[in-house]
Design a protein around this ligand. Structure first.
Ligand SMILES: [Zn+2]
Ligand SMILES: [Zn+2]
Length: 170
């Protein structure tokens, strides 16, 4: 399978760690998120933005509970789990973040936003989750479903295994 995302080399000495290298920098990422929200007639509130920032900083799958500490430091008040879940639900709905069901975690979209078809390659050794823009790979699924009269709105495939780095280290 060809890798359809542009993955420029990471800035620091992590050139080989492709799994976590984001295709766009943080500023661009947040600007795109703003635009995506505006386009959807939604608002990227400071809280939603902060949660997205925390996901970007995590650089990989993060559990909602782990994000709570980061939220606390913003205004000093303790954020409650429902608050962060609502923000994550919002980000997921707009495709700005994805829920990785098998890890019970969330990850910022690698390319900014993609709501329809995503494949995650999840390393069981280091828990990295590399995102593929899977549109082309899932056309068959979509067409087969359409023949059954089913319209797929969203497809998420979570593939588990060992990333190249961990394989090399094994
Ligand atoms: Zn995505
Ligand atoms: Zn790994």
């Amino acid at each position: 399978m060809s890798h359809s995302h542009a993955h420029p080399p990471a800035k620091s000495g992590k050139a080989k760690a492709r799994a976590h290298s984001h295709a766009v920098d943080r500023k661009t990422h947040l600007a795109r998120a703003e635009a995506q929200c505006a386009e959807a007639g939604e608002t990227l509130t400071p809280l939603r933005r902060r949660v997205l920032e925390l996901l970007l900083d995590a650089g990989g799958p993060a559990k909602a509970y782990d994000l709570l500490d980061g939220l606390k430091s913003v205004d000093g008040a303790a954020a409650k789990p429902p608050t962060i879940y609502r923000a994550l639900e919002f980000l997921t709905r707009l495709g700005l973040a994805h829920r990785v069901e098998s890890l019970n975690a969330f990850v910022a979209c690698d390319v900014g936003a993609c709501a329809r078809a995503t494949i995650f390659l999840i390393c069981d050794a280091c828990n990295s989750a590399e995102e593929f823009d899977a549109g082309h790979a899932l056309v068959d699924v979509s067409e087969a479903a359409a023949r059954d009269g089913f319209t797929i709105e969203r497809t998420m495939i979570e593939a588990h295994g060992l990333c190249a780095k961990c394989r090399a280290a094994a």
